[in-house]
Design a protein around this ligand. Structure first.
Ligand SMILES: [Zn+2]
Length: 216
């Protein structure tokens, strides 16, 4: 594999097929990763971060099943694994040619890929910031990841807000991003960080009232 060193803590491993766009991925990462760390008040990562691109999706799925014990959903193309006792944190992501083989992702671009890798890094920082005691609500952890990775920038809510808040299995990233934008308006950075760090709970009533008010 080929290797690029971002700094003492972060390394990216990639393949020949990634060479034509790896520069774009690295420059996007270098542009934003310190902002992500700052958002979580992290001055230094507590362990090494290994980012790896996979040019074979079967190997990618086998490896992640081995390290997490779970089968990846068919639509999953990236993952971050961050546990307190792990020697290093890891971000695994498919190469663009493998992503495009999945029908659901056939139109993905390098721009999507570079944002996706930054998205996984947000999970890594959130994990360290909450001392590996991650909030259970996907809409929080995925919301902040889409927000800080600049994904789905101009999205609108397309389901009632209660659908997202009430259903732990509900997955739609555009709606997570919309909701997180509202949380940024509604809470101070410190208060939102306490929620992301699992120290306080989100006030659902406050959120529902605010979003309903907004749409009137
Ligand atoms: Zn995510």
């Amino acid at each position: 594999m080929l290797k690029h060193i971002i700094n003492d803590d972060i390394e990216i491993f990639y393949n020949e097929c990634d060479q034509k766009y790896i520069g774009k991925i690295i420059s996007y990462f270098e542009l934003y990763y310190k902002d992500v760390m700052n958002y979580f008040n992290i001055s230094k990562m507590d362990k090494k971060i290994i980012i790896r691109l996979w040019d074979n999706s079967d190997s990618f799925r086998d490896e992640l099943k081995k390290v997490t014990g779970n089968d990846m959903p068919f639509w999953a193309i990236g993952s971050s694994k961050n546990d307190r006792n792990d020697e290093y944190s890891r971000i695994d992501y498919l190469s663009l040619k493998e992503i495009k083989k999945i029908d659901y992702h056939k139109d993905e671009t390098v721009a999507d890929l570079k944002k996706g890798i930054l998205h996984e890094f947000v999970h890594t920082c959130n994990s360290q910031s909450c001392n590996y005691n991650y909030p259970k609500e996907y809409f929080l952890t995925e919301g902040v990841a889409t927000y800080l990775a600049h994904q789905y920038d101009n999205c609108e809510l397309n389901v009632p807000i209660k659908t997202i808040l009430d259903d732990v299995d509900y997955v739609e990233y555009e709606n997570y991003r919309y909701l997180f934008n509202k949380l940024v308006e509604l809470y101070s950075h410190d208060d939102l960080l306490d929620i992301l760090n699992n120290k306080t709970k989100l006030d659902y009533e406050k959120v529902i009232n605010y979003i309903n008010d907004f749409s009137k």
